[in-house]
Ligand binder design. Structure first.
Ligand SMILES: C[S@@+](CC[C@H](N)C(=O)[O-])C[C@H]1O[C@@H](n2cnc3c(N)ncnc32)[C@H](O)[C@@H]1O
Length: 281
């Protein structure tokens, strides 16, 4: 014990002098700034979704609902025929996401559904969104997506999804210039490009249509036509996601949006948020 105590100052001195030598011999090492929490959350958000999707696929919430009492990880794993250790970690992840509760009984930890899981995630509940969650995990997404940058980002986060980028002939013709390499985007094979015109009713079929920065500069009549064409193609239960940036109240910003050449040079029908909310879509 005594020799260990004496060894400490020597160890600290050694670390200190070694570090000083390393710093003296090299350029100063500047630590990168920490990733902002919001960005970090966005980067990792898909992991949370994936845990939820896997729990629904395995039927975790149903297994817990079917038994009267909370269950141990061993009980759950034997019903799901899954590995016990992996199941324990998986149950704990679901507790961290506040989808399950964990209580101690004697020496065992037991798991049960939270009220939210009972109401929305068990198949037998009248409010169940289980089908919607499974559906969300494997969708076909066509987009009026220009050269496809959003599509190539999406395919990295959702590797099971088939994505079709739909645009005018001239844009589809040049899209291959913008295809990322296999090395940069291993799932790029899930993205295809087709010619389509949103003023025509024969758009490619999809479960979800994403229209990003499409509606903002068309007149009310044109917007109605585009939306009715998309609506005609939507299957029952299908969705349309609209993503837009709005000008501020007096239409003097945001600058990056204001200066977009399509707005400045072409039609100039840009709306602010208030106008968007009171228009027909
Ligand atoms: C502002 S860009 C938005 C591109 C992409 N969605 C994004 O968020 O980056 C508008 C896109 O709509 C396409 N577009 C314009 N008229 C169209 C039409 N009639 N049918 C299909 N696409 C059209 C353009 O070629 C362009 O790629």
């Amino acid at each position: 014990m005594g020799s260990r105590v004496r060894a400490f100052p020597r160890l600290i001195r050694t670390i200190f002098t070694t570090t000083a030598r390393v710093v003296a011999g090299r350029k100063e090492i500047v630590a990168p700034p920490p990733i902002p929490g919001k960005l970090h959350d966005l980067i990792f958000a898909f992991r949370q979704s994936k845990v939820l999707f896997a729990a629904c696929d395995l039927g975790v919430f149903d297994v817990l609902h079917e038994s009267d009492a909370p269950q141990s990880a061993e009980d759950i794993s034997s019903k799901l025929t899954t590995n016990v250790d992996a199941t324990t970690r998986f149950m704990d992840a679901l507790v961290a996401l506040e989808l399950l509760e964990k209580t101690k009984q004697g020496k065992s930890w037991l798991y049960s559904n939270t009220e939210m899981a009972k109401q929305f995630l068990t198949k037998s509940s009248p409010d169940s969104v289980d089908g919607y969650i499974r559906h969300s995990n494997q969708l076909l997404y066509p987009l009026f997506g220009g050269t496809g940058s959003m599509a190539y980002t999406l395919c990295q986060y959702y590797p099971n999804m088939k994505i079709t980028v739909c645009d005018l002939q001239s844009v589809v013709d040049s899209a291959y210039h913008f295809r990322p390499s296999l090395e940069d985007c291993p799932n790029q094979g899930n993205v295809s490009h087709v010619v389509g015109n949103f003023f025509q009713p024969d758009l490619p079929k999809a479960d979800l249509y994403v229209m990003s920065r499409i509606l903002h500069d068309w007149t009310k009549e044109k917007v109605d036509l585009i939306l009715s064409n998309v609506f005609k193609c939507l299957p029952s239960g299908g969705c349309l996601l609209i993503a837009e940036r709005f000008l501020n109240k007096d239409k003097t910003g945001p600058k990056s949006h204001l200066l977009q050449c399509s707005i400045c040079l072409c039609r100039w029908r840009e709306r602010n948020e208030q106008q968007q909310n009171t228009s027909s879509f």
